[in-house]
Design a protein around this ligand. Structure first.
Ligand code: PMP
Length: 294
């Protein structure tokens, strides 16, 4: 992914894609001291840019990393890197990490570095998306908030995601359903999950995983459509009771789920309505989006 044309914003400079490199003794590489974002631009506007920027800064703060750029500067850099690449519809990847200033568990003297890349990326699940994706069961559980900084979008938390996704793919699934430390339903490896039960939308409380920006958006849209939204502990045995299932995420958008293990689901009225509503909202200008979400 490093050998291609394009521009990457790095520590305040716009660098040719191939030159955005790091030294091998980077703290972030050895001790996973990195946080990142995944954002999407539609028609030249980055959807909920400020919410993503604020989460990036919050993730860095949770990891004790001082962010040398403020929200205005980061927003501007995101828009600048899109413009430099001539993209209006794109996926953006801001990444902050501790540098090479020292290399030990103690990282007191490291600086926080920031890079932002962007590229065209239609959907996380590609072709599978429209038919609905199939989720396998992950063996790894999301750690408790006492065991890991689960509210941060930290690189270190993705190890079990990659392992779970690989196992699911080896078994012929598109992604994996992960449980939390209590054995309750948590999320997919890069997206939050929703179940339609008796006409209401049920979703796990995000007390041990990322409270996705898409998740929050979709909950607001559902409430506007008078669909009741219930955040609660969901036991895996309850999944069989769901009439529709879908996942949400910046990369996944709203993607129907047609199977979880041996169970099958058919995307229905509520999934379709929220997919439509979400796809029209992302095309609005930022002021309209803010107004619609209140
Ligand atoms: N959970 C995980 C593990 C993720 O990586 C993502 C994608 N950032 C999400 C949930 C969904 O978050 P968002 O809607 O903010 O993209």
């Amino acid at each position: 992914f490093d050998d291609r044309d394009g521009w990457i914003w790095m520590d305040g400079q716009m660098l040719p894609w191939r030159e955005a490199k790091l030294h091998v003794l980077t703290h972030g590489l050895h001790y996973a001291s990195s946080v990142f974002e995944g954002e999407r631009a539609y028609g030249g506007n980055i959807f909920r840019l400020r919410a993503h920027t604020e989460r990036l800064i919050a993730s860095a703060t949770i990891l004790g990393m001082a962010m040398p750029w403020n929200a205005e500067e980061i927003d501007a850099a995101c828009l600048a890197v899109m413009a430099a690449n001539g993209l209006t519809d794109a996926y953006l990847r801001p990444l902050a990490w501790r540098g090479t200033e020292m290399l030990a568990v103690s990282a007191q003297n490291t600086r926080t570095h920031l890079a932002i890349a962007c590229w065209a990326w239609p959907n996380l699940f590609g072709e599978a998306r429209m038919k609905g994706i199939r989720l396998g069961h992950a063996e790894w559980r999301r750690p408790s908030p006492q065991s890991a900084p689960t509210a941060a979008k930290a690189g270190s938390l993705y190890t079990i995601g990659t392992l779970s996704k690989h196992k699911a793919e080896a078994e012929g699934f598109d992604d994996a359903l992960m449980l939390d430390h209590r054995g309750a339903v948590a999320e997919a490896t890069g997206a939050n999950i929703f179940f339609v039960m008796d006409g209401a939308l049920h979703t796990p409380e995000p007390d041990g995983f990322l409270n996705g920006i898409t998740r929050q958006t979709v909950m607001a849209l559902a409430r506007q459509q008078q669909i009741p939204v219930v955040e609660r502990l969901i036991a895996p045995e309850e999944i069989a009771r769901a009439s529709e299932v879908f996942v949400t995420g910046t990369a996944a958008e709203v993607t129907p789920v047609r199977a979880i293990g041996d169970l099958s689901f058919t995307p229905g009225r509520i999934t379709t309505a929220l997919m439509d509503d979400y796809s029209s909202l992302v095309m609005q200008d930022p002021a309209t989006v803010a107004q619609r979400l209140g």
